[in-house]
Design a protein around this ligand. Structure first.
Ligand code: CDT
Length: 313
């Protein structure tokens, strides 16, 4: 039996600060319905898909940002998305800010869930690589305060057997780290879902013009997909959000590392591809047959230290 799954990447245009959750969920449902009409059984939404990208704003007291967090998933406001997905038989990946108060202590994470075609949450991922900084930095052209508002994810890089395949998730900056992809690859991932909110301009003044930033976006995803022989569905929140420009470039990448669907706008836009999960078998059984070719005895430096130790001058 071929394991073909038609996947939609539901890019979002900007979500302005004043936009209500209810309005955003309506937009998500519109994209979900469009995806259903195009035959999709899985839809990937962006990182922090319910609100503006609030880590661009500084607050002395981080609790001021709790209005952008979800205390439960689904909530009264997001339940209609889960209901519609179940009615249509479409699974989805959704990124959101998670406020977890299990055990009496508050924890804040940048999170994504995988929801199957029955509307049940089958997996949760919490972003491991948090970019940016913790304190206001006036040397920067814009703030990126994910390290202030979120803790690093505590769930590692799990995968789930769902929708006939081995499914994995990561979030935005995670895509730039080969460790993310290899950790998922080591678990046999066949489809990686990821959402992103990436500013078009670099916060360090003139460094990295927009065309390079888009190149790095695609380079990271294509390399990660190829080197781990997996499909990748990468979906942006794009356009000018509260005066700040986010890049588009949402794409679906094959296990050969080729882009097979690409967004052409910075608005709400659906991209679609028929993903044959069996296409992963070629890379996984030949050049990236890990069991046959990897040499983990030489890779210890990767897990034993974070920083660089160059040789003495
Ligand atoms: N959301 C997110 O992770 N964005 C980062 C931008 C980092 S700029 C400090 C990214 O890697 O796309």
């Amino acid at each position: 039996m071929p394991r073909k799954i038609t996947v939609g990447g539901a890019q979002l245009g900007p979500i302005q600060r004043a936009e209500s959750r209810t309005d955003v969920v309506r937009r998500l449902i519109d994209l979900l319905e469009k995806a259903h009409r195009r035959g999709c059984s899985l839809v990937v939404f962006p990182e922090l898909a319910l609100t503006t990208f609030f880590p661009r704003w500084y607050a002395d007291d981080i609790a001021e940002m709790d209005v952008y967090f979800e205390r439960e998933m689904p909530s009264a406001e997001t339940q209609p998305l889960f209901d519609r997905a179940r009615e249509l038989g479409v699974g989805f990946y959704l990124g959101y800010a998670e406020l977890d108060d299990q055990g009496g202590t508050l924890h804040r994470y940048n999170t994504a869930v995988l929801v199957d075609q029955t509307g049940s949450i089958v997996g949760k991922y919490r972003k491991v690589h948090l970019p940016g900084h913790k304190e206001f930095d006036d040397s920067l052209t814009r703030q990126h305060l994910e390290k202030r508002y979120f803790e690093p994810g505590d769930l590692g890089f799990p995968v789930w057997r769902s929708m006939d395949g081995v499914m994995g998730m990561c979030i935005c900056n995670d895509r730039r780290w080969p460790e993310t992809w290899r950790s998922l690859g080591m678990r046999g991932v066949e489809l990686v879902m990821l959402g992103y909110n990436t500013p078009t301009g670099n916060q360090h003044g003139g460094m990295e013009p927009p065309h390079q930033r888009m190149f790095h976006n695609h380079l990271s995803i294509q390399a990660g997909a190829y080197q781990n022989a997996t499909w990748a569905v990468a979906v942006a929140k794009a356009g000018v959000e509260d005066g700040h420009e986010l890049m588009g470039g949402s794409c679906i990448v094959s296990p050969q590392g080729e882009i097979v669907a690409l967004a052409s706008t910075v608005e709400d836009e659906l991209i679609v591809a028929d993903c044959d999960l069996d296409l992963c078998n070629f890379g996984k059984s030949t050049i990236f047959n890990f069991a046959a070719h990897r040499r983990p005895e030489h890779y210890k430096i990767i897990t034993e230290q974070a920083g660089v130790t160059p040789p003495k001058e």
